[in-house]
Design a protein around this ligand. Sequence first.
Ligand code: PGA
Length: 237
Amino acid sequence: MARKFFVGGNWKMNGNKKEINDIVEFLKAGPLDPNVEVVVGCPSIYLTYTKSILPSNVFISAQNTYKVPKGAFTGEISPAMLVDNGIPWVILGHSERRNVFGENDELIAEKVIACIGEKLEEREANKTEEVVFRQTKAIADKIKSWDNVVLAYEPVWAIGTGKTASPQQAQEVHDKLRAWFTKNVSQTVSESLRIIYGGSVTADNAQELAKEKDIDGFLVGGASLKPDFVKIVNAKQ
Ligand code: PGA
């Protein structure tokens, strides 16, 4: 089953209108490989603005949401609010949300980029599999349909550190995740689910990573703010 390559930009808490205009300019100039699904994760206050100026071949994503439709949760936005504003995607479970804001493994939304990944001390203690399987199970327990889910494997030690996982390291985990899906969900989901890699992806390392058979795209932080993002989108060409 062919899986469409997926590249998400995660702007994190970066950007102002001027910088967003510049990003939109290089996205428009592209050219972006038409075989790639491109999504940018934008700070919530700029979602509507960014959506209004993005070219039609780039989709928008929120970076987080709270799990109920409405209520007394000061500072939060809900999945229903995202849908009401035409924001189709949300990144959930990013390690910065888990580790800085103490979120756990819960998840509910429409189209979701769900993030998992081990910390350095967990990798060194040979716990990578245990951690990513546990995190994936917590997501799987809540998911009814996998059609609108993209799973992002992001080793925490690789995020924003300049230390990318090697193509072999990433492929090994992606392969194990696919086997986990075959065993615990279904063969169909295992074959159709896009598992993308995140953690210090750059224009220089994206091509090698994209050659691995179970790497179906990227979630890109730092480099998604720069014109290099176009090269990452086109890494498979
Ligand atoms: P990075 O971030 O590309 O800057 O390492 C990736 C992410 O946090 O999604």
